[in-house]
Design a protein. Structure first.
Length: 173
């Protein structure tokens, strides 16, 4: 069983080892798989080495960090103005903030995930705090091959995901 720190390190190393061309192919596959999700989809702007699940030619709802360290979501369409938000993350510059309960699907970035849906992120806990009262079936992890590990020692605050999407397809937990 891996500690969260070990799992995070392993997952980060594996995704960083991907060649840019391979990452681009995987991202296109991820975007194809998530394109059919109905309703309001909370997505995210991927970091350079992070799995990018959403084709932003479509409408998505991007996370905006709140003072209580949870996330709210603001509608975004390709070309809408962005501004620098908390932690230097780009966020839509205007529009109403929606609660996670208003989202039909929440695409969640991760560094590693195990076979029961326990994930590690970058360590801020924003998604765990936000997803606490969200049905597990609507929480979707997004990963490249190699980010899945055998078992992560869950912490009391960890909120498991209900699904995982990788370039190979969907998994339900």
């Amino acid at each position: 069983m891996l500690t969260p720190v070990q799992a995070r390190s392993l997952g980060l190393n594996r995704r960083r080892q991907l060649a840019p061309a391979r990452r681009a192919v995987y991202n296109a596959q991820l975007q194809s798989l998530t394109a059919s999700l109905p309703g309001r989809v909370a997505a995210y702007l991927a970091l350079p080495d992070e799995a990018a699940p959403w084709c932003f030619a479509k409408t998505a709802y991007l996370p905006v960090i709140q003072p209580d360290q949870t996330l709210k979501f603001r509608r975004y369409r390709h070309g809408d103005p962005l501004e620098r938000g908390a932690l230097g993350i780009s966020v839509p510059s205007s529009g109403p903030l929606l609660d996670v309960a208003d989202m039909d699907w929440v695409l969640v970035p991760l560094t590693a995930i195990d076979g029961v849906g326990v994930r590690t992120g970058l360590g801020g806990g924003f998604y765990d705090r936000t997803l606490l009262n969200t049905p597990q079936s609507r929480r979707v992890g997004v990963a490249y091959p190699g980010q899945r590990v055998d078992r992560i020692a869950a912490q009391p605050w960890d909120v498991p995901l209900g699904r995982l999407v990788t370039p190979a397809g969907w998994t339900r937990f």
